[in-house]
Ligand binder design. Structure first.
Ligand SMILES: [Ca+2]
Length: 312
């Protein structure tokens, strides 16, 4: 039986890779819905980019529901400086013709999770956690019904990518992140400590391009565009392929290693807003609430991603 998942996302190319790798893995994963949120770019563009990716892969039967256009209480912060004005700069994809599906994403998440059996649905969170926090607020039984929440977000020893202390997804909506981490459902967190080991080197991108399909060609160019910014910023060869780690974890958890720890999020300090405070050495009495992954086998990760994208 494939595992039922909902993909909550703010598509830039790494989100889109995650969506398509999931759709290319029907033996392991059943994608119930894609839900969009404001993040990398405003909601109208994340909702459009999700549909562009699905149309590129000819998977338009997957519904896309739009959700929150702004964080719970804060002003939206976006990341056009990384992904370009559209969030999908670097390769021209046609305007999507598939419509958005009816229903506000947080309500759709509640409906799909509560309709399924207890412990059936996994939330794959690739974006600021606003939609998930709204769903948890709407249905208090939601957390107890979930199988797991797997999210890309946070950082420990790697430091931040949007401020010195904070990773982007958590920084954009720290109050939502707190609610998700404290909800009581099993949470697995894939932080920058992992994703900064998973780089789109030229060799890996050329392997992707060599598949020779429209999907491979598009993502070769999209990831290459992102890589230019990241290479200048970090001085590395390649940029991190962040969000597809969430799907890779579901497909092959042994690619990753980590430990169960307490993670809390700073919501008050202007200096460290959105910082994930990771009690790696258990120096507090705070109970472990997160499986925090710190290591990834990057070669196996890219082998998996490239093989799955090649199926589309
Ligand atoms: Ca994302």
């Amino acid at each position: 039986m494939p595992r039922s998942i909902i993909l909550d996302t703010d598509p830039s190319p790494d989100d889109a890779v995650a969506i398509l790798v999931a759709l290319a893995s029907p033996e392991e994963l059943e994608v119930l819905a894609v839900t969009t949120v404001a993040g990398n770019v405003p909601l109208s563009l994340t909702s459009k980019n999700a549909r562009k990716a699905l149309e590129l892969a000819k998977r338009t039967e997957t519904p896309v529901h739009a959700g929150a256009s702004a964080p719970l209480i804060r002003k939206l912060v976006t990341a056009e400086h990384v992904h370009g004005r559209t969030g999908f700069d670097g390769y021209e994809l046609p305007e999507p013709s598939m419509p958005l599906a009816a229903g506000f994403a947080p309500e759709v998440i509640v409906d799909l999770v509560m309709r399924g059996g207890r412990g059936e649905v996994t939330l794959c969170c690739l974006a600021p956690l606003t939609n998930i926090a709204l769903a948890l607020a709407k249905e208090p039984r939601l957390a107890g019904q979930l199988k797991e929440i797997v999210l890309m977000g946070g950082a420990f020893s790697e430091g931040g990518n949007i401020t010195p202390a904070a990773e982007f997804n958590i920084f954009v909506d720290p109050e939502a992140a707190v609610r998700v981490l404290e909800c009581g459902a099993p949470v697995t967190m894939i932080p920058l400590d992992c994703t900064h080991q998973a780089l789109t080197t030229s060799t890996r991108l050329e392997r992707l391009r060599a598949i020779g399909t429209p999907v491979a060609e598009a993502f070769y160019h999209l990831l290459k565009f992102n890589k230019i910014f990241d290479e200048q910023k970090y001085g590395w060869e390649g940029g991190p392929l962040h969000d597809a780690t969430v799907i890779a974890y579901l497909l092959a958890p042994d690619i990753f290693s980590g430990r169960r720890v307490n993670v809390t999020v700073e919501c008050a300090s202007s200096l460290t807003l959105g910082m994930t405070v990771v009690d790696w050495w258990a120096v507090t009495e705070r109970a472990a609430n997160v499986l925090f992954l710190r290591e990834i086998d990057a070669d196996r990760y890219f082998d998996l991603v490239i093989e799955r994208l090649g199926r589309l």
